[in-house]
Design a protein around this ligand. Structure first.
Ligand SMILES: [Zn+2]
Length: 617
């Protein structure tokens, strides 16, 4: 019954709005209501008449700078406001509407109609009810009108009067943040998050902090993520969101044990307060039991259409049989060469029918396009043809796809990356067994194995650190030119594990080899290792060399809250040696290690002050 009413009301209001916009005069609406209105409300003339003054009174008028022109509600014995000439009690006063007429309806409908300057002016008038902005914004987002959605939702959150926000504004807030992200409005996104964190209502602050943490985690900026978390803890000490953010953060930092312990703490604390619903409590209990698996499952469930195929892939990888041997031969000058077999080529051809993109040509991690929009096609096909994974080129494509999507999420490593790494490692063992020699990138099909290895090292870096480092060391042993730039990565991981002497050794390439692209990281890593080993005097030499390589890096590493180095998203691209972007990248990746080494940053700062840079470099 009510659904019929809502539908009739919407149809009638839309028709009425169209008529009102002809001249914005009440008599025009009333004439329409009597002639055409009844057909929109089941043929009922009294209802059509009664609705006209109700809707008119709330309609924003362009000629009044978007104010309405509300009619005074007449007394029972006064002439009716629908201009029928009868007394109200015998006219509209006697009509009972089947349901309520929302006070923001005409604003909401107008916001859906207006375009360009009119829409802009209407929003600028500040008269739109929050509920109208909310609903119109959500509808625009749902129907793919992203520009309109952004414009409308911005005006909902930018009016500075947070107290008027309806509680249902939370999804709209998330949608606006998503829109900013999709459309590349990085600054606006950060400004909105900041504004909400500073003065926003409590129910938005939790979401804002969660987003801020995730944003930093996405950019691999653990230090800023930790700072956002501390801020969250002060602002919302009892929010269940904290438990979830802290678990994510600790897993990113590589502290799985502590993540479980902290989740247990949150469970006990929040359970005692008794304000959580059973689902939230269960989630916390699961988190305490196994943080990684719980976050992985939550992520898969959030993937909507892909949740099923991704779960099938996990199941498939768990029981994947050992791959057949590769064709490897000792080539000229003690080089090792892997060549794709005919069977592998035909498996690859079958996979390519479904998987649309190829690996980017050089040593980098990228694919030439994004395979995820069509993952609903290739994921199920792959699950139906597990034999495809006998071909290294198929493993390569899959690993690159998984790394771009899940590589920054530590909890995805055990179920997705580790089984594939086992497969590659068996192949690499086989390569090494062919005899001593180097696996050179340019030779035969070697690049397939090396690139897959790099993607797996990166994919496991946060969630399966030991495995990641072992694989990196194995690759580095086979590929002594370090065409993958793994030396710096291995060094960073050794420092994270506190294996400083080994880190120091890795920071020196074999005799005669240049430091290469990772020079800055190698030099600063060497300096940190030496500092930790109590060999500060040698460390100073590494600092001086690092400064010679990049004039920004040391000061940027010391700075507490520097201005960001490059727009987010540019993090994966190549950076110029010696540039501020390169310095920023190092800070993002490794500052937490410097900060948590007692005295290290102070040592660095003191050296900088004692050795101001000479004018000519
Ligand atoms: Zn009337």
């Amino acid at each position: 019954m009510l659904a019929v009413w809502v539908e009739q009301l919407l149809g009638y209001a839309s028709g009425a709005l169209k008529v009102i916009r002809r001249d914005e005069r009440y008599p025009t609406l009333v004439a329409w209501a009597r002639e055409e209105g009844p057909s929109l409300v089941g043929g009922k003339l009294p209802m059509a008449q009664a609705l006209a003054p109700e809707l008119w009174s709330q309609t924003p008028l362009e000629r009044l700078d978007f104010a309405a022109e509300p009619l005074a509600r007449p007394g029972r014995n006064e002439p009716c406001w629908c201009d029928s000439g009868r007394k109200t009690k015998q006219c509209c006063g006697a009509v009972r509407l089947p349901g309520p007429v929302p006070g923001h309806l005409m604003w909401m409908l107008s916001l859906r109609e207006w375009k360009g300057d009119t829409l802009k002016a209407a929003l600028a008038s500040g008269r739109a009810p929050a509920q109208a902005l909310l609903e119109a914004g959500l509808i625009a987002a749902e129907t793919g009108q992203r520009g309109r959605a952004q414009q409308i939702l911005e005006s909902l959150f930018e009016r500075g009067d947070w107290s008027r926000l309806p509680e249902q504004a939370e999804p709209a807030f998330e949608i606006l943040l998503d829109l900013y992200q999709e459309r590349g409005f990085t600054r606006k996104r950060e400004a909105l998050l900041d504004a909400v964190l500073d003065q926003g209502p409590l129910f938005l602050r939790g979401v804002a902090l969660e987003r801020l943490c995730l944003m930093h985690l996405d950019a691999d900026d653990l230090d800023s993520a930790r700072a956002a978390f501390v801020r969250a803890q002060q602002a919302l000490p009892d929010s269940p969101t904290l438990a979830y953010i802290e678990a994510m953060l600790l897993l990113h930092e590589g502290h799985e044990q502590e993540a479980a312990e902290r989740a247990r703490f949150w469970f006990r604390r929040l359970a005692r307060q008794g304000e959580l619903d059973p689902d939230q409590l269960q989630f916390l209990a699961d988190l305490a039991d196994n943080p990684g698996a719980t976050l992985a499952e939550q992520l898969l469930n959030a993937e909507e259409d892909l949740a099923g195929p991704l779960a099938s892939l996990q199941a498939l990888l768990e029981v994947l049989p050992t791959a057949p041997k590769l064709r490897v031969s000792g080539g000229a000058e003690g080089r090792l060469e892997y060549r794709q077999s005919e069977r592998e080529a035909s498996l690859l051809a079958a996979w390519r029918d479904h998987f649309p993109v190829e690996a980017a040509g050089d040593a980098s991690l990228g694919l030439e396009g994004d395979p995820w929009p069509v993952a609903g096609e290739w994921l199920p096909e792959l699950c139906a043809h597990p034999e495809w994974l006998d071909a290294p080129a198929v493993v390569e494509g899959l690993v690159l796809a998984l790394t771009t999507r899940f590589g920054s999420l530590p909890w995805m490593a055990p179920s997705l990356f580790v089984p594939l790494a086992e497969r590659l490692e068996r192949w690499l063992e086989q390569v090494a067994a062919e005899g001593p020699g180097a696996l050179v990138w340019e030779d035969a099909d070697n690049a397939l194995l090396l690139r897959t290895g790099l993607a797996l090292v990166v994919g496991m870096e946060r969630g399966a650190r030991q495995r990641s480092r072992q694989l990196a060391e194995r690759l580095l042993a086979l590929d002594d030119h370090d065409s993958l730039g793994l030396r710096e990565l291995v060094l960073d991981q050794l420092l994270r594990d506190g294996r400083d002497a080994e880190a120091l050794a890795v920071s020196h390439p074999p005799a005669g080899e240049p430091l290469g692209e990772g020079a800055l990281g190698l030099l600063l890593g060497r300096a940190l290792a030496l500092y930790r080993l109590g060999r500060q005097e040698e460390g100073v030499e590494a600092l001086a060399e690092a400064r010679q390589h990049n004039g920004h890096a040391l000061a940027l590493l010391c700075a507490e809250t520097p201005r960001p180095g490059f727009p987010s998203g540019a993090g994966e691209g190549d950076v110029e040696p010696g540039s501020r972007a390169e310095a920023w990248q190092y800070r993002t990746l490794m500052r937490d290690q410097w900060r948590t080494t007692p005295g290290a940053l102070a040592w660095l700062q003191a050296w900088l002050e004692a050795n101001p840079e000479r004018a000519a470099r």
